[in-house]
Design a protein around this ligand. Structure first.
Ligand code: HEM
Length: 283
């Protein structure tokens, strides 16, 4: 994945010419995770196009939003394609299913569930992170300089994860016993929603939490969760987003936002958050 991500970013942006204004959500943040997922699943040709079309229709502001049943039908078609391609050697999915063949796992249902989860849960947050990270750095030349100066971008990506917190809430938890937390009593059986974005902006842990500071150590950030249910995609998230941001800033070093950052409209869902568009003049 280390070499693949920059190559995919390059293939998505290669036809642009200096001075052109492009929406980096449409051109990069949405198609890149689709391209990565197609690679992992071994999809190519029309199957990869199908996946890309689904990503565009669910995440891009253009056009009318798809109806839920149409989205589910498209997801089912993608899952069917991916299941068929899982037999093909070479893809990460094919290697994984082959490695588990003796244990008779995954079953067809488990594989379908895994693929549904990949499409449903992680896709949008990765697009939000890439778009938000590019937006943040293009609007802050000092942070852009810090990005270039850091030989290892991992802590910078973690700080962007902290600052942006694209997955606002963790999955629901259910209290197994009565407990008191921060002066609030929670009784056994109650649902608890943990706000990761709020924890990531706690001023007692992160001084000046409302500003990104790529030079800080964001070690305690919770954007990818914590503990046994922490994000399984953490390595992929860091690799793909670092490659995407680095490529834009290196290949187009004088690029600038084509609008004032305050004009950017953010998609605010219940659990996810990201910029709807990031218009950039590539230079
Ligand atoms: C920027 C992108 C991503 C963000 C912000 C993110 C965030 C999270 C968070 C906060 C959790 C924990 C939820 C909880 O505790 O309730 C989680 C879990 C998970 N993530 Fe991600 N994720 C991202 C990308 C990915 C990717 C790329 C994959 C897979 C390829 C992935 C797979 C998973 C899985 C399987 C879990 C469930 C782990 C479990 O329950 O044991 N995520 N993610």
């Amino acid at each position: 994945m280390d070499g693949l991500a920059p190559a995919l970013v390059d293939s998505l942006l290669h036809e642009h010419v200096p001075g052109e204004t492009v929406d980096l959500v449409e051109r990069l943040a949405v198609p890149l995770p689709a391209a990565v997922l197609a690679e992992l699943l071994g999809l190519d040709g029309s199957a990869a196009e199908h996946l890309r079309g689904w990503a565009d229709s669910t995440l891009l502001p253009s056009g009318s939003p798809p109806r839920a049943r149409d989205t589910l039908a498209t997801m089912l078609a993608i899952i069917t394609d991916a299941t068929r391609h899982a037999q093909r050697s070479g893809s990460a999915l094919a290697r994984w299913t082959a490695a588990h063949a003796d244990a008779r796992s995954p079953t067809a249902d488990e594989l379908a569930g895994l693929l549904f989860y990949l499409l449903f849960v992680w896709y949008e947050v990765l697009a939000d992170l890439i778009a938000g990270a590019v937006l943040t750095l293009l609007g802050r030349p000092d942070q852009r300089r810090t990005w270039h100066a850091l030989p290892d971008k991992r802590s910078a990506v973690d700080e962007l994860l902290r600052y942006l917190s694209p997955q606002v809430l963790a999955g629901p938890r259910f209290a197994t016993t009565d407990l008191t937390f921060g002066g609030t009593t929670i009784t056994a059986g109650q649902t608890v929603l943990l706000c990761l974005a709020s924890a990531n902006h706690d001023p007692e842990v992160f001084p000046r939490p409302g500003e990104p500071d790529l030079a800080r150590d964001p070690g305690a950030q919770l954007a990818l969760g914590h503990g046994v249910h922490a994000c399984l995609g953490n390595a992929l998230v860091r690799t793909v987003s670092a490659a995407a941001v680095d490529h834009v800033l290196t290949r187009w070093p004088d690029s600038a936002l084509a609008v004032d950052e305050r004009e950017i409209v953010w998609r605010s869902g219940f659990r996810h958050r990201g910029p709807l568009t990031v218009p950039v003049e590539l230079r």
